[in-house]
Design a protein around this ligand. Structure first.
Ligand code: PSV
Ligand code: MN
Length: 424
């Protein structure tokens, strides 16, 4: 389905005067609103190719229909999102779920939708049909050298796919670990994993980054070999300058102080990228900002502070991606909501009065510090985010326009009510 520009313009015209009223108010409240709008226009959040269909749990999956049946249709879906919000200008592929058969044609198609290819993701957490050796007891950590070799070769294969697409990073998430005490020698598992990662790292092109994602538990429930940020940091530090830690918000133990983790990884120059989602219990993969919006703001507060302290480019120097699942919502609507929540947190973080905050911290003025942060968090910055979209030619209210244009109904007509997304 193609989203014609005149439909976006008509939608924007209808909402324009109400929008301008709200924008005038917030611009009078926030001193640097013009600079914030510019940063929002430039900020892009990648969409994973595996999050365009209905998600599920081990208890079931309830499809809403019209899901993309091929990589081409997934690109078309991300193109729709990007047309609506102009903030989803990249797609991240999981291999082998989404192997491009004709990389050149796929690249052209993506470019037609204004998309580039974000990190490519390897998969050694599942056995694929026809695969020679099993990952039942891990991949890069495996006690069996041949299994480790198979997993290393898969990662190198993924890098090659990425090079063909113009991607410039590899994300490795390992489910490696153990389910029972005694199953694994922790030190040997670490050493095997490190050696395997070193071989993969040797295949990383000079202009690429390797992201090592950590996760506390699941599918292994006793130990995970890259279980937390400290473990990931210890690997990437040894690997070299092209290796970084990737933070997935759902991969921590309950109540972890993620904003502190982010601040320290940034300070060490080892924060590489993000997988955004939200959770109440475990790796729930819910819409970003749906459960703990204040935490999302606090994370962005550290991101902005830490990136600026290192003179980093907000748009390019970290990898931004959503990694969520949609069990009960239309996947595209859910992704629009996640992007909106991320943009709001980013805008709020940009509005923090840093000079006043530093002063309050230096004077141990706890109350003033809290006032400054909560004032930013409690300010409604939605008109700034909407204005950034308007200036970029996207929709003032993407979810409303998506519904008015009956995008899902159109996709169901085109693809069928039973169309099931390929991949996960
Ligand atoms: C694992 O839970 C994870 O967060 C990793 O990023 C995977 O690549 C992704 O989800 C897909 O299952
Ligand atoms: Mn993830």
């Amino acid at each position: 389905m193609q989203l014609e520009k005149y439909k976006i313009d008509a939608h924007n015209n209808d909402l324009l005067s109400a929008h301008q009223r709200k924008l005038a108010f917030i611009s009078s409240e926030i001193e640097n609103s013009e600079a914030i709008i510019q940063k929002l226009v430039n900020f892009q959040i990648a969409i994973p190719s595996w999050a365009l269909g209905t998600g599920g749990t081990r208890f079931g999956r309830f499809s809403g229909g019209g899901e993309p049946r091929s990589l081409e249709e997934k690109i078309e879906d991300v193109g729709l999102l990007h047309a609506l919000n102009n903030s989803s200008g990249a797609i991240s592929l999981h291999i082998p779920w989404d192997i491009p058969q004709n990389p050149q044609a796929i690249k052209v198609l993506a470019a037609q939708h204004g998309l580039r290819f974000d990190a490519v993701n390897s998969n050694t957490f599942q056995d694929q049909p026809g695969q020679e050796k099993t990952y039942k007891f891990g991949s890069l950590q495996n006690v069996n050298r041949d299994i480790r070799k198979q997993a290393i070769e898969h990662n190198i294969e993924v890098i090659k796919h990425g090079i063909e697409l113009g991607s410039d990073s590899l994300t490795i998430w390992l489910s490696d670990g153990s389910c029972f005490p005694g199953q694994l020698n922790f030190r040997k598992a670490y050493q095997n994993t490190l050696e395997s990662l070193e071989e993969i790292y040797a295949a990383i092109p000079d202009n690429w980054k390797l992201f090592l994602e950590y996760k506390a538990f699941e599918p292994n429930f006793y130990s995970t070999t890259v279980g937390d940020w400290g473990q990931s940091y210890s690997y990437v530090k040894k690997l070299g300058d092209k290796a970084f830690t990737l933070v997935d918000l759902g991969h921590h133990l309950p109540n972890a102080n993620i904003e502190q983790i982010v601040a320290l990884l940034l300070m060490e120059g080892k924060l590489g990228g993000f997988h955004f989602n939200d959770s109440k219990y475990g790796d729930d993969d819910l819409t970003a900002g749906a459960i703990k919006p204040y935490q999302l703001f606090l994370i962005f507060n550290e991101l902005v502070d830490g990136m600026d302290a290192r003179g980093m480019d907000h748009t390019k120097d970290l990898g931004w991606m959503i990694d969520a699942s949609h069990n009960v919502k239309d996947p595209l609507e859910d992704l629009l909501q996640s992007v909106e929540a991320i943009m709001m947190s980013y805008a709020q973080a940009l509005s923090v009065d840093r000079i006043a905050l530093n002063k309050a911290q230096d004077e141990n003025d706890v109350v003033a510090a809290q006032e400054i942060l909560q004032n930013a968090f409690r300010t409604d910055v939605r008109p700034l985010v909407a204005e950034a979209r308007l200036r970029a030619g996207a929709a003032l209210n993407p979810v409303a326009l998506y519904r008015n244009l009956k995008v899902r109904e159109n996709l169901i007509n085109e693809r069928g009510a039973k169309a099931v997304s390929t991949g996960l």
